[in-house]
Write a protein that binds this ligand. Structure first.
Ligand SMILES: *Cc1c(COP(=O)(O)O)cnc(C)c1O
Ligand SMILES: [Zn+2]
Length: 366
């Protein structure tokens, strides 16, 4: 059961029973806290089976989210010399892991009385929130860069959302979405700008815990804003606080592409936060075109705390990884998931078992 929403920066406690955005004292990111004594250990599967660790009370806005596969990759494992699995979230509604955040975010916004939602998106989050908002009957406006994938433009409008295209990057879309929220009173569901989406994304790792019977030794993430990675850190903390798992938490490895690697640059320079990346990225891993990640300090802390690392891969290496994994394992990864695979040969030797996160369905990019 949700007890409060606490600021990740200053620690201030906020009322969990009303719709919240950022911290009212310092504008930091709010994180949900639970009464863990009320959570029992039992076999589960699928996003909503973890409701007692989600900030929701009423009936879920659901599109039938399945428990997603945790597939061993035996040929890749043999080649690398350590066991690798893929957590394949490409099977979720809309074809991406953004469904987890949207399912919980839209559910909470609807049950706490939001009458409209606005969010900036690199593409896939906009699509997921548009679908879940349609399911809930809530109007939503999605602001994207004009250069975002055509597929994402189409899914947003198909789902009846209002699409606004801006010149520039996701950062420009973020500024526009904030202005729309201020003008219209719509709930602003920007990355880390509300405390609910990270909770939905957390369920990938609660599921993985139940599928493996333990937490992974290492989790490799394609990182844009970094919510997915921060969510895994939070899942591991909660599983330990519940007393379900006593080993050290998974090493969290974040992967970006050479075309847009602001958090890797900060990591390599020993900085606490990223500085904005210059230029307009064009990598095929469109979910990673995040030039100015707003909570990079939180991401870097999670990576360093767990003994993980941040690495960048080339476009050629991620393209080769898409082909290799499709040919040898029969799994059609997204370019983002393939970026995470491409970094594996450079991790020596990672703590096993290693789980690579496939954040989207490959065919969505075809
Ligand atoms: C959004 C997205 C990412 C990056 O996720 P963050 O949680 O923002 O780091 C990775 N892959 C895909 C396919 C995405 O849509
Ligand atoms: Zn604060």
């Amino acid at each position: 059961m949700l007890t409060s929403l606490d600021c990740a920066r200053c620690g201030a406690t906020h009322d969990g029973t009303v719709l919240q955005g950022r911290c009212r004292s310092c504008a930091g990111t709010l994180l949900a806290r639970y009464d863990l004594t009320a959570v029992d250990r039992r076999a589960r599967g699928g996003l909503w089976s973890y409701r007692d660790l989600l900030p929701v009370t009423g009936s879920p806005v659901s599109l039938g989210e399945p428990e997603t596969p945790l597939l061993p990759l035996p040929r890749l494992s043999g080649r690398l010399g350590f066991p690798v699995y893929v957590k394949d979230d490409g099977v979720l509604p809309g074809g991406t892991f953004k469904a987890r955040g949207a399912a919980v975010g839209v559910t909470r916004a609807a049950e706490l009385g939001a009458t409209a939602i606005v969010l900036p998106s690199a593409g896939n989050a906009g699509g997921a929130w548009a679908l879940y908002a349609a399911r809930a009957g809530l109007p939503v406006t999605v602001v994207m860069a004009r250069t975002a994938p055509e597929m994402n433009h189409r899914e947003v409008t198909l789902a009846g959302a209002t699409l606004e295209l801006v010149d520039g990057t996701l950062a420009d879309a973020g500024a526009r979405a904030k202005a729309i929220a201020a003008e219209t009173g719509a709930f602003l569901a920007a990355t880390f700008g509300e405390p609910y989406r990270v909770e939905g994304k957390k369920t990938a790792w609660l599921e993985t815990f139940d599928q493996l019977g333990r937490l992974p030794g290492t989790i490799v993430f394609p990182v844009g804003g970094g919510v997915g990675l921060v969510a895994a850190h939070k899942a591991a903390e909660e599983v330990r606080a519940l007393g379900w798992y006593a080993q050290e938490p998974p090493a969290l490895v974040g992967v970006q592409v050479d075309d847009c690697a602001p958090i890797v640059a900060a990591y390599d320079a020993g900085l606490d936060a990223a500085t904005p990346w210059e230029g307009v990225p064009t990598t095929s891993a469109a979910g990673l075109r995040v030039t100015a990640p707003g909570e990079s300090d939180l991401v870097l802390r999670c990576v360093r705390d767990t003994g993980g690392t941040m690495r960048a891969v080339s476009e050629a290496d991620l393209t080769a990884a898409v082909g290799y994994v499709a040919r040898t394992e029969g799994v059609w990864l997204s370019p983002e998931g393939a970026a995470a695979v491409a970094v594996l040969p450079h991790l020596h030797p990672p703590r096993g078992p290693v789980v690579v996160y496939n954040t989207a369905s490959g065919p969505k990019y075809a």
